[in-house]
Design a protein around this ligand. Structure first.
Ligand SMILES: [Zn+2]
Length: 476
C-alpha cells in the first residue's frame, strides 16, 4: 500500500492520510435528496468518489463507503403534493432512477445507503442529548434549534467567524425572531398541516436536514471516522453544522479529513434551474454514451471547476474513443489475450498521480502515453513486439479498470454514434434551415436570417448566396 496525500478542506492543504485503523478507510458521502432526476453535478460527486474508492481498493485498502439518501424534505413534500402521489411513491421512484443513473455511469454501489426516514429515533436521541447539554433549545412553536455560539469551534471548516456572520446576516433576522443567533439552525421542525410527521418530546414534527447526516454517519461508522465527502456547495452550512452537532453530542472529533468536489459550470455559467442551463444525467445520455460522461468527469481533477458543454463532451468522446480504437486494433491481432506481467514504469507513474490527491488529470496523461506505446507495439506486429504488446495491453486494461473506463464492448462502443446522431445536422435539416432563412429575409427579419447563418456556421456549415439561390457546403 502506497502512502497517499489528500487535500483536507478543513486544513486547506494537502496532507498525508493516516488511517484510524490499520489498512481501513471509512468514508461517508452526502447523497441525494430524491425528488427529481440526478443532474450532472450529482454525477460528478458520484463518479469522483467512485474512482477514488476503486483506486484505494485496488491499492489494498479495506474501504467502507456510505452514501445517504435524503427521503424527507420540503422539496419532496411539495413535489409529491404537486404530482398527487405519496411521498413513498415519489421517493421510491427517484431512488430507482438514481441507482440506474449511477449504474449507467459505471459507479459501484455504496456499501450502505441509509435513508433518513429510517433513522428518526437516532436523530431524536441526538437532539435530546444536545438539549440536555444546553447546546440546543426548543422554541415555542415546536422547533428545536442548535445554538451555534455554544460550540466554540463553529466556523472552523469553512473558515467563517461567528461575529462576521452575525454582522452579515443582521438584516434578515426578523423572520426568525426566536433564534438566539441568526446562524442557529433547525434540528427539529414542527409539523405543519398535511405534512408527514413523527411524534417527539417537542411535539409532532420532522428532522432538519443537517442532523440527518450526523445521525446516519454515526450509526454506520461510529462517532469518529476517516473521511467525509460531498459537493463544494455543502461545506457551509451543511458540513459546518454536522461538525457542530456531532462534536457537541459526543465530545469527540467527528471526522479526520473533509473532501469536497468542485462545481460544474455550463457554458461558463453556474448551472442553475433559473438560468435554464440545467441538465439531468438522462438529458445528457440522450446525446452521449454514459461512459463519455464518466470520462468527461474523470479527465479533470475532482477539485477544479469544470465547464460542461456539448463541445467538451464531443472532445471527451473523441479522447475516450482513442482507447477503444487501440483495444480494437490489439484484439484484431491478439484476441482478448492478457498476461500477468505489467509495465511497471507506467503503473508507478499512474499510482504516483493518484496518490497525489487523486490527480486523475495527470493519471490520464500517463494512460494516453501508454496507449501510444500500445499502438506502436501492435502496429509493428513483429514476433519480438508481441510480448511487449500483450504487457502494454494488460497494463492499460488494468489501469483503465481502476478508473472505470473502457468497460464496454469495443465494437458496440465505437458503433454507438448516439452523440453524432443527435448533434450533427442532416442534409434535410440544413435545407430546412436555409428555407427558414429565405423566408426570414423575405419578411425582412434580418436578425433571424443572420442568426440562422451564424448557427449553421457554428455547426460547420458554410452558406454562400448566389444568383441561383443559396448553396452550402460542410467546412472541413
Ligand atoms: Zn449530508
Amino acid at each position: 500500500m502506497q502512502p497517499f496525500v489528500l487535500y483536507n478542506s478543513e486544513q486547506r492543504k494537502k496532507v498525508e492520510f493516516v488511517p484510524r485503523n490499520e489498512g481501513q478507510i471509512d468514508i461517508y458521502v452526502c447523497g441525494m435528496t430524491v425528488y427529481d432526476y440526478c443532474h450532472i453535478g450529482h454525477a460528478r460527486v458520484m463518479v469522483a468518489f467512485d474512482y477514488i474508492i476503486r483506486f484505494l481498493r485496488s491499492q489494498g485498502w479495506k474501504v467502507r463507503y456510505i452514501r445517504n439518501i435524503t427521503d424527507i424534505d420540503d422539496k419532496i413534500i411539495a413535489r409529491a403534493n404537486e404530482n398527487g402521489e405519496s411521498i413513498q411513491q415519489l421517493t421510491a421512484r427517484f431512488i430507482d432512477a438514481m441507482n440506474e443513473d449511477a449504474a449507467n455511469l459505471g459507479c459501484v454501489a455504496p456499501d450502505e445507503a441509509p435513508k433518513a426516514t429510517e433513522y428518526i429515533d437516532q436523530m431524536q436521541n441526538m437532539i435530546s442529548t444536545l438539549v440536555n447539554k444546553g447546546a440546543a433549545y426548543p422554541a415555542s412553536n415546536g422547533d428545536v434549534y442548535f445554538e451555534v455560539s455554544k460550540f466554540e469551534k463553529y466556523g472552523r471548516l469553512s473558515g467563517r467567524k461567528l461575529d462576521d456572520m452575525q454582522a452579515g446576516a443582521s438584516e434578515r433576522v426578523d423572520v426568525e425572531v426566536e433564534k438566539k443567533h441568526p446562524f442557529d439552525f433547525v434540528l427539529w421542525k414542527h409539523a405543519k398541516e398535511n405534512e408527514p410527521a413523527w411524534a417527539s418530546p417537542w411535539g409532532k414534527g420532522r428532522p432538519g436536514w443537517h442532523i440527518e447526516c450526523s445521525a446516519m454517519s454515526t450509526c454506520c461508522l461510529g462517532n469518529h471516522f476517516d473521511i467525509h465527502g460531498g459537493g463544494s456547495d455543502l461545506m457551509f452550512p451543511h458540513h459546518e453544522n454536522e461538525i457542530a452537532q456531532s462534536e457537541a453530542t459526543t465530545g469527540e472529533q467527528y471526522v479526520n479529513y473533509w473532501m469536497h468536489v468542485g462545481f460544474i459550470n455550463v457554458d461558463g455559467e453556474k448551472m442553475s434551474k433559473s438560468l435554464g442551463n440545467f441538465f439531468t444525467i438522462r438529458d445528457v445520455m440522450e446525446k452521449f454514451h454514459p461512459e463519455v460522461i464518466r470520462y468527461f468527469i474523470v479527465s479533470s481533477h475532482y477539485r477544479s471547476p469544470v465547464n460542461f458543454s456539448d463541445v467538451a463532451l464531443k472532445e471527451a468522446k473523441t479522447a475516450l474513443s482513442r482507447f477503444y480504437h487501440s483495444f480494437k486494433a490489439y484484439q484484431q491481432v491478439y484476441g482478448q489475450k492478457t498476461v500477468d506481467a505489467l509495465e511497471q514504469s507506467f503503473v508507478e507513474r499512474f499510482n504516483n498521480a493518484m496518490c497525489d490527491d487523486f490527480n486523475t488529470a495527470e493519471a490520464m496523461a500517463v494512460l494516453f502515453e501508454l496507449n501510444k506505446e500500445l499502438n506502436r507495439a501492435v502496429k509493428e506486429e513483429q514476433a519480438e513486439q508481441a510480448e511487449q504488446a500483450m504487457v502494454l495491453y494488460s497494463t492499460l486494461r488494468q489501469l483503465t479498470n481502476i478508473l472505470g473506463l473502457v468497460q464496454h464492448n469495443v465494437d458496440e462502443f465505437l458503433k454507438s454514434d448516439i452523440g453524432q446522431d443527435a448533434l450533427a445536422l442532416s442534409d434535410t435539416d440544413i435545407e430546412d434551415l436555409i428555407q427558414q432563412r429565405v423566408d426570414a429575409k423575405k419578411a425582412k427579419d434580418f436578425a433571424k436570417a443572420d442568426g440562422i447563418r451564424q448557427s449553421l456556421l457554428d455547426q460547420g456549415v458554410v452558406l454562400e448566396d448566389t444568383r441561383q439561390g443559396t448553396i452550402w457546403r460542410r467546412a472541413d
